[in-house]
Design a protein around this ligand. Sequence first.
Ligand code: IMP
Length: 199
Amino acid sequence: MKIILATRNNHKTEEIKRILEDSKIEILTLKDFPDIPEIEETGKTLEENAVLKAKQVYTAAGIPALADDSGLEVEVLNGDPGVMSARFAGPGCSYKDNNLKLLGLLKGISREKRGATFRCVVALALNPDDIRVVEGKVKGFVTENEIGENGFGYDPVFFYPELNKTFAQLNSEEKNKVSHRGFAFRKAKELIKKISNIE
Ligand code: IMP
């Protein structure tokens, strides 16, 4: 079974391919379809964005499409940056800009109040009218400084207490075992296996 991943992000592609690896699914990405234009994430929620990306990519590529939208929800910021995670520090900002903005907003806030959840919503478009949605999440804390070199995005400021490390101190295999994206794509993988065997 061929599935297209609705992303051009190399970090994400690598993480997702590793998660889906042992199944009989051939993974293509938007890099294999250079003519498909960039999809604007106009949804108000992670779910809306995942669904709109999966639908549009299915329509453009003509094969089942998997799309995810993820974000970091910080308790003391009432769930922000959430769906705005990529653009938190403004249009064209870097991961570093976002991390510095977040650390600045949380300056002086005690550890108990620095709780945050990474959430990932995955939409699988089997056709434009049959979209399945699954979700994964992981809880941790926002650190006071960036720690670690691996991963991307908010990984250096997301402390995962069970391993006593930030996500940026984990390699991609370790991160996949516990990450929001790992949980969500393992659910998606089960769904794909079930559908390709039964339906
Ligand atoms: P996306 O929807 O997965 O592209 O995620 C949107 C934004 O959320 C990214 O640009 C990152 O800033 C942040 N993000 C999502 N997943 C992760 C992760 O696994 N680690 C760190 N940041 C993430």
